[in-house]
Ligand binder design. Sequence first.
Ligand SMILES: [Zn+2]
Length: 225
Amino acid sequence: MRGVLALALLMFLSACAARPPEPPAAPAGPFSLSDQLTRSTGVRLATLSRDPGLCRAMLWEVRERYSEVPDRRAGPYCGFSQAVEVSGTPIPYTRNAKVTCPVAAALHVWQREVVIPAARRHFGRDVVAINHYGTYSCRMRNSRRGKVPSEHATANAIDIAGFRLSDDRNVTVLNGWNGGRDERAFLREVHRGACQVFRLVLGPDADAAHANHFHFDMGEWVACQ
Ligand SMILES: [Zn+2]
């Protein structure tokens, strides 16, 4: 009998562990993408996943231009709805970025509140472009066969590869993470800052698959690695 109880307890605990944590409730009251970064910014941004209309209105309010991307269905796990293609971001991208609105909103805050001041502090320069490896991609996590679709499968993620500074210097995750002192400090600061706005942040310290980019997403799982 004791063995049966222990087995039941084990099954209950493993079922709990298999579920992503419940997001904490966001503080009450209105907020804007032009607000300063605070401890509650990430929780507030996460609520935008439940309100696409409010999310778009907030992009509009900070004068971020975006175009609607036609919805796409691609099999049981892949595709997106109500994605946006952003332009007029605080820092331009080297290629187009089609993402869910909450990812666009979080990127806006991260660029303005984290990336721009970090570059000025560590390099005395502005960032003139952000290079990314992609947003939408129909695949499972880490591109391996597995049971959990990646947030990329719904355009709810972006892989950031590097930053071009106003003196044409390129700071890449691949070379800079363990590179010179200023690049190491800058990249760690923008990685840590991303954890305040995105749900899941993975970088070179997470695993070998992220040696050359930061993965940011607005899915259910929360981690900062
Ligand atoms: Zn990724």
